[in-house]
Design a protein around this ligand. Structure first.
Ligand code: 6R9
Length: 677
């Protein structure tokens, strides 16, 4: 690895151009959940932590809490202590009285001709109860047990999550695209005795064999000394088995067969303490064991409900579509728990946004009447690349759109705003992490204007700050970047790394903790691991992970600003900047660029990318090489894995590629680049 571990004393110079503001439309403001500026005051620091009562009151509690925030054992914060609730009850049962026949989930499968499934709150409740009864009766799952899922984007996934929540069991969904080995590692780490999987699923028009991965997962867990007792296999087409992998007698069971015994069974939701864990979501660290981020029941659910209401402007009557994968934290918080807690209709789909063509997403939006749309910059770039004019062909209208996961280049933001949003939709650029449960930085859509490329200020009740390496505050408007931290705890913050409390403290709190013995939250800022700069208006611009910084002859360049410069070339669809060793300058920049369709790679385009970077940033940033490639190696959430590209450029180990969404691209790029160097 040639990237830098941290920002150093020399702060990176910020070369971004300040963008102008975009106000929301009066129509949007008129109907918004948060349209009175008083809400910002209510969440001001003087009202912390009690302000979060407003979020918790969106939920139904079996018993109310006595302490809003317990800080007696920092940084293991406890929210809403003494309160009891059930997350499944809050997302489903409590809506039955008023909305039994309303769609809770709308599932759009592949292939496109397959019928869309509309699952009412009543139907969802039935499916959850039966599966919870099966987990309890057939697998012996009890409160506090961990259950691992390796499920694709099918309704059985939210059903399984909510069934666990109903029992007070802790679910751990492993993104369906991950390998069996990666799944096995997570099974062993969490100590799950049960694996829930599916025989197959559709992607890009093909039925993918998925059960084979379950066998690898069980083997991988065994190699780590952990035995899986039962593997529950849903069938994508019930009754027909679509996998090459044989069922293992006594271990593997078809869910549809076992479920017959549990038809019509009801399971009482277990009343759980607010601070009981709800789920684990694994995220990769830079080294070693994956980190099982443990999220709480009360704090987490309150936080995702509150942020869904005010930042995504979800009303119960909306049709909301977050086109992310539930195997990513975004899907947990903003496909399942947040929207369902608010009793809205949440759309989920199988497949990819670009198959059978780049109009699929807009066709779905038009057909279902989606009015809130949520996706990631990688998808926006891809759709802009493959179908720049597609949105205008469809008669949908979004009132609101979200972007999440990466900094979005202003060029791409403007396409999202003008073409996808048709100039009508308010956009929120939400900065947050697996660890943080919900949004940390965003504009309040009716109250704070949008600014392309900036996420906005800290969200309600979250107070970010930028520190330099020594812990001194970098003031807003100074044009200097540093480490963005959060000064206070908030209800969605994860509780610990499963089984690794020391690592939790070390990674997230040790860096800027002022006094290890202090029980005052002010002494324990949360270290997010992202570089950022704060403009004079208080808006934050996230520059990427602090290890995504390239130091060229003493100048620290954020990978994002390099990539943003490359994106100003109209033929460019995606760009990634990586450092390479350089005898003279220590490090130099190499750019990897994917072109929009219809443009053939040629030297003049390489020159154009170089020239754009020199123009936008300066000569110091001129890339040593520009590689035009077919695609970038990406994670499940579409983040470009610069570590892998950097390994290729530097002829070093690319590291573990088992968790890439498209591992096959690595050899292609390696071959191309290394043969030309
Ligand atoms: C939700 C999610 C977290 C990292 C985070 C940061 C980057 C996320 C962003 C963003 C700029 C945004 N990130 N949202 N950067 N603007 N709006 O993405 O979780 O997969 O854990 O990734 O993603 O670098 O630290 P996760």
């Amino acid at each position: 690895m040639t990237t830098q571990p941290e920002l150093s004393e020399a702060q990176i110079a910020v070369h971004w151009r300040e963008e102008g503001y975009y106000p929301p439309t009066p129509k949007f403001v008129g109907q918004a959940n948060a349209s009175e500026p008083a809400i910002i005051e209510r969440f001001g620091e003087v009202n912390f932590p009690e302000c979060f009562k407003e979020y918790a009151d969106l939920l139904s509690w079996d018993s109310y809490w006595h302490t809003t925030l317990d800080t007696s054992d920092p940084p293991f914060w406890k929210w809403f202590v003494g309160g009891r609730l059930n997350a499944c009850y809050n997302c489903v049962d409590r809506h039955l009285e008023s909305s039994r026949n309303k769609a809770a989930l709308i599932w759009v499968p592949e292939p496109e001709a397959a019928p869309t499934q509309v699952i009412t709150y009543q139907e969802l409740c039935r499916r959850i109860n039966e599966f919870a009864a099966l987990l309890q009766g057939f697998c012996g799952v009890r409160t506090g047990d961990r259950v691992t899922f390796h499920l694709p984007m099918v309704p059985e996934l939210p059903v399984a999550m909510l069934a666990c929540a109903r029992l007070g069991a802790i679910h751990s969904e492993v993104f369906g695209g991950f390998s069996g080995a990666a799944c096995g590692g997570r099974i062993a780490d969490s100590g799950s005795n049960v694996l829930v999987t599916m025989d197959s699923y559709y992607r890009n028009g093909e039925l993918v064999d998925h059960k084979v991965k379950a066998d690898e997962a069980v083997e991988a867990a065994r190699a780590l000394g952990h035995e899986v007792e039962k593997v529950l296999v849903w069938r994508r087409h019930p009754g027909e088995y679509a996998s090459e992998a044989p069922m293992v007698a006594g271990r593997d069971f078809f869910v549809d067969e076992v479920l017959r015994e549990y038809r019509g069974k009801l399971v009482e939701p277990v009343s759980m303490p607010a601070e009981a864990p709800l789920f684990l979501m694994y995220t990769s660290g830079t080294t070693g064991r994956p980190k099982g981020c443990q999220h709480s029941t009360g704090g987490y659910l309150a936080y995702v409900a509150g942020t869904s209401k005010y930042y995504q402007d979800i009303h119960p009557e909306d049709t909301y579509w977050c086109a992310a994968d539930i195997g990513w934290i975004t899907g947990h918080s903003y496909i399942v728990y947040g929207p369902l807690a608010l009793g809205t209709t949440s759309v989920m789909y199988e497949g990819v946004p670009t198959y059978p063509d780049a109009g699929r997403v807009w066709r779905i939006a038009e057909r279902l009447g989606v009015n809130i749309f949520h996706t990631a910059p990688t998808t926006i770039r891809m759709l802009r690349k493959l179908g720049p004019d597609e949105p205008s062909k469809y008669g949908y209208h979004f009132k609101h759109m979200t972007t999440v996961g990466e900094p979005i280049e202003p060029e791409v933001w403007r396409w999202y705003y003008d073409v996808v949003g048709k100039g009508e939709a308010a956009i929120v650029d939400t900065w947050w992490q697996t660890e943080t449960g919900g949004f940390l930085g965003s504009t309040l859509p009716a109250l704070q204007p949008m600014k392309p490329g900036s996420c906005g200020p800290g969200v309600l009740g979250v107070y970010p700050v930028i520190y330099d390496e020594d812990g001194a505050v970098i003031e807003a408007g100074s044009e200097r970047a540093g480490n963005i931290c959060i000064r206070n705890p908030w209800p969605g913050i994860f509780q610990t790394i499963w089984g690794q409390p020391e690592r939790f403290v070390q990674i997230y709190y040790a860096k800027y903790c002022r006094d290890r013995r202090s029980r005052d939250w002010r002494d324990w800022p949360y270290f997010a691991g992202d570089g950022a700069v704060q403009a004079a208006d208080g808006y934050f611009r996230i520059l990427g992970r602090v290890d995504d910084v390239i130091n060229v002859a003493g100048h620290r360049l954020g990978t994002k600003e390099l990539e943003s410069a490359a994106l100003t070339v109209s033929e460019v669809a995606e760009a990634a900047a990586v450092p390479v060793m350089d005898d003279v300058r220590g490090r130099a920049v190499e750019m990897y660029v994917a072109l929009k369709p219809g443009f053939a790679p040629d030297v003049s385009l390489e020159d154009k990318v170089s020239a754009a970077i020199v123009h936008e940033i300066g000569k110091i940033a001129r890339p040593k090489n520009v590689w035009l490639v077919a695609d970038m190696p990406k994670t499940r959430s579409g983040k470009i894995m610069r570590r892998v590209i950097a390994g290729i450029s530097n002829f070093t180990d690319v590291g573990d590629v088992s968790t890439l969404a498209n591992p096959e691209i690595v050899d292609d790029i390696r071959h191309r680049v290394q043969s030309e160097k």
